[in-house]
Design a protein around this ligand. Structure first.
Ligand code: SF4
Ligand code: SF4
Length: 356
């Protein structure tokens, strides 16, 4: 075990300082592991020492009282050690087998479901949403809460063909990632420009350069320097809004939700895949997003019933083909699924939407 790294101004801190002493002692010397029950992993080291990991879901955005509660549980059962995953699940680790069941009972009594270590719907990763970011068109974390309230049994029981990673994004262009199912904002109308504010707020050349289809031009409006958008060219991506907030694109009616499927980051068994659009124009219906949730449940149901063991969502669709996917899910295939942007010529043959 190397000594702690010296502090640097970037990057993550050395993780060994946060690890349970049993983990530090057996670092890199684990002999085997298994999953005694959903939500619990058992790692056994060559030394014979055992470490149990108990995984629980959280409500994603947590207040300080909830974090204190989780820390108190860690103090009581796990010598004070706890860690959060990228999907805001929480993992408690203890070398004491007798602590496992009481810890599970306590977590469930406090409302934290235990699961997610096997082939399950993991907790949903989301972008920052209304709480932290200045450009979101929806509250991605709210979508997560609404969906996980309905999918929590799929987290606890682990009966999916393989892991299902769901992501949500609250704009179309910035953070977020590939997911077996992705729920993303979709703007459907060009930005509306507040010409009074552009000259004082926006660096116009930077905004013009930002547009991927060269739809923005400088313009004089009412004698003031401003911008104009060629609406025939605009693909409603929303890229101009972050550097120029007077180009408002978020809209309570015309900012919609779109659902994409079949993406994955991992290269296990098959290459990483981009997810593909399967449902568009879904109402951005806070606070429970019932229309988007129904489509997600429907896709999950078809995948669970039809996929072979260990097939990820994208692998299943590649095997059965996109026409069969649309048949099984009952989703309509429309002209909007065809990537007909002229700049997309280069990717048409690599997309699942069209094959020549
Ligand atoms: S997805 Fe877009 S709106 Fe949401 S947090 Fe990221 S940059 Fe902000
Ligand atoms: S929304 Fe996108 S395509 Fe439309 S003007 Fe802004 S940057 Fe250009």
């Amino acid at each position: 075990m190397s000594e702690l790294r010296r502090p640097i101004e970037s990057g993550v801190p050395d993780s060994t300082q946060f690890m349970h002493p049993t983990l530090v002692k057996n670092y890199g010397q684990w002999a085997w592991h298994d999953r005694p029950r959903p939500g619990v992993l058992r790692h056994v080291a060559e030394s014979g020492e055992t470490m149990y990991t108990i995984k629980a879901g959280t409500q994603r955005q947590m207040d300080v009282y909830t974090i204190r509660k989780l820390a108190d549980i860690a103090d009581e059962f796990c010598d004070g050690y706890v860690r959060f995953t990228i999907r805001s699940a929480v993992e408690f680790m203890t070398p004491v087998e007798a602590n496992v069941q009481p810890l599970i009972d306590r977590l469930e009594a406090e409302g934290f479901p235990v699961g997610g270590t096997g082939n399950s719907v993991g907790f949903i990763s989301h972008t920052q949403g209304w709480l932290h970011c200045d450009i979101p068109g929806t509250d991605a974390s709210g979508v997560v809460k609404a969906l996980m309230d309905q999918l929590v049994d799929e987290f606890k029981h682990e009966e999916m063909p393989n892991r299902v990673k769901i992501t949500t994004s609250c704009c179309q262009i910035n953070c977020g990632g590939q997911g077996d199912i992705a729920i993303n904002v979709q703007h459907t109308k060009p930005p509306v420009i507040n010409h009074e504010l552009v000259a004082g707020v926006c660096e116009r050349p930077a905004v013009i350069a930002r547009c991927p289809v060269a739809a923005i031009r400088p313009a004089l409006v009412n004698g003031k320097p401003s911008l104009e958008v060629d609406e025939k060219k605009c693909v409603c991506c929303g890229a101009c809004y972050p550097p120029c907030p007077p180009m408002q694109i978020n809209d309570p009616v015309n900012s919609k939700i779109a659902i994409w499927v079949g993406g994955k980051h991992s290269s296990t068994r098959s290459k990483p895949m981009f997810h593909k659009l399967v449902a568009a124009g879904i109402p951005n219906n806070a606070p429970r997003w019932p229309e988007a949730a129904e489509i997600v449940r429907n896709i999950l149901g078809a995948y669970k019933a039809d996929a072979r063991a260990w097939e990820r969502m994208g692998e299943w669709i590649e095997r059965i083909g996109w026409p069969r996917f649309f048949e099984l899910t009952g989703l309509p295939f429309t002209k909007y699924h065809v990537d007909n942007w002229r700049g997309g010529r280069a990717n048409l043959n690599t997309s699942a939407h069209l094959h020549f």
